[in-house]
Design a protein around this ligand. Structure first.
Ligand code: ADP
Ligand code: MG
Length: 230
């Protein structure tokens, strides 16, 4: 799937604005969070601890959106290091293990050939994998619970490239919108920013890689990230 220059310009402009205002929004949010935490015991005594929880949740959400905007503002050249793919994947799946448990689904990432190494900007590619796994987790949540939900991450060498494949058996994607998944702000979620995949797309492109998606409605989705080895 190719993305036009138009979208890259739009992302770059958005990034500049985001970077400029994020700082100004983060500071008040941090102080709001601090004071709510101080008030928590008092609210608990009044039987209103639930309110504190909601306020903190919403502050976290606002912070998450700011972080995603900021991520989209950094078209930085990758700073590459050599890393074992199995270790990278393990780290990503560990970060989601507790959430998977909580949601009653499984995240599997074993069996990757330990000899596969890749030269990448680890922070950036980790961000990509986290974005994709997060989406998979969200796709599992809304799925009807007739079957064990799973996310599988595998990696293999393929024609001089390392391919990292992330599959889920979640709700899947409507065929009509498959080509729009990587567009900035495209989201089918009530609370989605629609930035995760567009940012991921750009990071992969900066690495000289490609990303591929296949999906079947109500059956599941597979993303494959292809990255040059060195
Ligand atoms: P967001 O998650 O904020 O909606 P993303 O850019 O991460 O934005 O994803 C864009 C859209 O792609 C999602 O809203 C969803 O419709 C679709 N999508 C991405 N990954 C999956 C998946 N694993 N299963 C089903 N739909 C997905
Ligand atoms: Mg997302």
């Amino acid at each position: 799937i190719e993305q036009s220059a138009y979208y890259n310009d739009k992302l770059a402009m958005l990034g500049k604005i985001a970077a400029a205002i994020a700082h100004e929004i983060r500071n008040p949010l941090t102080s709001i969070r601090g004071f709510i935490q101080l008030l928590r015991p008092d609210l608990a005594q009044l039987g209103k601890e639930e309110y504190a929880k909601i306020i903190l949740q919403e502050i976290n959400r606002a912070n998450e959106i700011i972080n995603e905007f900021l991520n989209s503002s950094k078209p930085t050249a990758p700073v590459k290091e050599n890393i074992q793919v199995a270790a990278l994947v393990k780290e990503v799946s560990l970060l989601y293990e507790s959430e998977a448990l909580l949601n009653g689904c499984m995240i599997e990432s074993g069996g990757i050939n330990p000899d596969i190494f890749i030269s990448i900007d680890v922070k950036q590619i980790k961000q990509v994998l986290l974005n994709i796994v997060k989406n998979a987790m969200e796709a599992l949540k809304t799925r009807s619970r007739d079957q064990q939900g799973f996310i599988r991450i595998t990696a293999y060498l393929n024609d001089g490239k390392v391919s990292i494949m992330i599959s889920d058996n979640g709700e899947g994607v409507e065929p009509g919108v498959l080509s729009r998944l990587f567009d900035p702000f495209f989201s089918t979620k009530a609370e989605g920013t629609g930035l995760g995949l567009s940012v991921s797309y750009r990071i992969i492109k900066n690495h000289g890689g490609t990303i591929q998606v296949e999906s079947k409605l109500h059956e599941g989705t597979t993303f494959i990230v292809h990255l040059p080895v060195g």
